[in-house]
Design a protein around this ligand. Structure first.
Ligand code: SF4
Ligand code: SF4
Length: 117
């Protein structure tokens, strides 16, 4: 292809990049966003905690009926392993973007607080 033809083609083409922030943000299929939980499905088994490669989850367990499943978003690698590990389909990624923080050590999300009371 001649240089002139390549230049003309380049002018005719639509942009290869997205127009964000001037156009709508399109979340791609399979995007791994913020971690969410279905508290009805979670049994507090701890498999997600065991398999998390980034210490992004913690299970504080007093008994079968008293436990908290905690997520640390600033440690999380958004790898999807917890979703794969959960046999009950309780924990998953949403399409929501994760907000930035200046206080990563204090950023703690209680995904489930089960109390036997
Ligand atoms: S989210 Fe799933 S793997 Fe994690 S503690 Fe609950 S049931 Fe177990
Ligand atoms: S997405 Fe990955 S890093 Fe984040 S909590 Fe789940 S297993 Fe851990």
């Amino acid at each position: 292809m001649s240089i002139l033809k390549a230049v003309i083609n380049a002018f005719r083409k639509t942009p290869d990049t997205v127009k964000y922030p001037y156009g709508p943000l399109v979340i791609p299929k399979g995007f791994r966003g913020a971690i969410v939980i279905d508290t009805e499905k979670c049994s507090g088994c701890g498999l997600c905690v065991r398999d998390c490669p980034a210490a992004g989850l913690e299970l504080i367990k007093e008994s079968r009926q008293d436990y908290q499943l905690i997520h640390y978003p600033a440690r999380c690698a958004y790898c999807g392993q917890c979703e794969d590990s959960c046999a009950r389909g309780a924990i998953s990624h949403s399409n929501d973007l994760v907000e930035p923080t200046y206080d990563s050590d204090e950023w703690v999300v209680v995904l489930k607080h089960q109390s036997g009371d």
